[in-house]
Design a protein around this ligand. Structure first.
Ligand SMILES: NC(=O)c1ccc[n+]([C@@H]2O[C@H](COP(=O)([O-])OP(=O)(O)OC[C@H]3O[C@@H](n4cnc5c(N)ncnc54)[C@H](O)[C@@H]3O)[C@@H](O)[C@H]2O)c1
Ligand SMILES: [Zn+2]
Ligand SMILES: [Zn+2]
Length: 367
């Protein structure tokens, strides 16, 4: 079948919307008609060459849609089902899956690094040329083929243009606070980067009962967004030394939890330097994979500080998504406030331009 898709030809080039051929789903695969795809910074890291992905490919990893067709052997979903695409495939039986950490499953690493589906082949072609998948998701296309295990069935009455946000930004941010850092009531958090991910770390910290939540960004426009999601203080890092400002806001003590949601070694180190003794710093931003972050051994040993990372909100993706949907329905999770702009799919490059200009909390394209 034919599908309009945004092709990523190579790093440094803008996405190129073309008509591609999409092959029928093979055994264990699902053809999805996308309704919405989220504009996450991770795809932008790929577009700029900051993060590697096989190419040419179809990017996009935050997506919601309707099952159009299933391949042989598929039992988890059927045509007409509403789904969220999960961007990290998991097998369900390995050490990590059995321990409630499906995002660390080797199956996810395999399809992410090869750009192929599980049988080692691909379903997209442009004028006969093979186009690779991205993370087994490829949501920047009217139609995509994903492994059955990447389809998360959701209730038919949950709006798909809101559900899409749960696919990456919300679960990654809220999960980093709740599952990874395990933020405690009355504690203090700082969040570097108040974008789609950072706002949800702020939201997760607020849900967990943090008393003081400091948002750090270089864009003052993010102040109002940060407040909406529960930040109590804001530091404009374009004007002030962020570490000194955070220390001043905590009477010199530092914070219990520091999160980096930007993607640079410098800001990971700044976040770490904001910690109080026994504090935990969680790197969520995707720092170029060849980079290193140095921290003083003194801080690790004599001050018992921790530096860790969090992938996909350290979540049990299926259960946590259902929990987040219930929280939204109960008015305890802000999603409508997060969706500050919607674009037609044809404007996907403009959507990325505006993300980089810092004009949105989170935006989506619709098909
Ligand atoms: N670990 C994971 O599982 C996971 C999942 C999704 C996204 N990510 C990563 O999280 C990061 C954030 O993604 P996003 O979609 O929220 O991006 P975004 O563009 O919406 O937000 C980034 C924010 O950082 C701010 N910023 C940039 N430089 C800064 C600096 N020096 N100091 C303070 N603030 C600064 C920007 O103004 C912006 O508000 C990206 O690196 C993305 O790849 C990680
Ligand atoms: Zn597994
Ligand atoms: Zn993402």
């Amino acid at each position: 079948m034919k599908s309009k898709a945004a092709i990523f030809w190579e790093a440094g080039k803008r996405l190129d919307i073309q008509e591609v051929d999409v092959e029928k789903p093979h055994t264990g695969e699902v053809l999805v008609k996308l309704v919405a795809a989220g504009i996450c910074h991770s795809d932008y890291h790929v577009m700029t060459g900051h993060l590697f992905a096989p190419f040419p490919s179809i990017l996009g990893h935050e997506g919601s849609g309707i099952v159009a067709e299933v391949g042989p052997g598929v039992t988890a979903v059927k045509p007409g089902d509403h789904i969220i695409v999960m961007w990290r495939l998991s097998c369900g039986i390995c050490e990590y899956c059995s321990n409630g950490r499906p995002a660390l499953c080797p199956a996810g690493t395999q399809i992410r690094s090869t750009g192929q589906l599980l049988d080692g082949t691909t379903r997209f072609k442009y004028k006969g040329q093979e186009i690779k998948h991205f993370a087994g998701a490829s949501t920047f296309s009217e139609y995509t083929v994903i492994p059955e295990g990447s389809a998360l069935k959701i209730p038919q009455d949950f709006p798909l243009e809101i559900a899409v946000l749960l696919g990456c930004g919300v679960i990654t941010g809220v999960g980093a606070a709740i599952n990874c850092a395990k933020v405690k009531p009355g504690s203090t958090s700082v969040v570097f980067g108040a974008g789609g991910i950072g706002l949800n770390i702020i939201q997760g910290s607020a849900i967990a009962g943090a008393a003081k939540i400091i948002a750090v960004d270089i864009n003052a426009k993010k102040l109002d967004y940060a407040k909406t999601f529960g930040a109590t203080h804001f530091v404009d890092a374009s004007k002030k030394n962020a570490v000194e400002a955070v220390r001043a806001l905590t009477d010199g003590r530092g914070v219990d939890y520091a999160f980096e949601a930007i993607g640079s070694p410098e800001t990971v180190r700044q976040a770490f330097d904001c910690l109080a003794k026994r504090g935990m710093c969680v790197a969520v931003g995707v720092v170029p994979l060849t980079k290193e972050v140095a921290v003083p051994i003194m801080a690790l040993v004599f001050e018992e500080k921790t530096l860790t990372g969090s992938l996909y909100g350290s979540a049990r993706i299926r259960q946590d998504t259902m929990m987040l949907m219930e929280m939204y329905k109960a008015g305890k999770l802000k999603l409508d406030e997060l969706l500050t702009r919607k674009y037609p799919f044809a404007q996907i490059n403009e959507a990325y331009d505006n993300l980089i200009k810092g004009e949105v909390a989170r935006s989506i394209v619709t098909f």
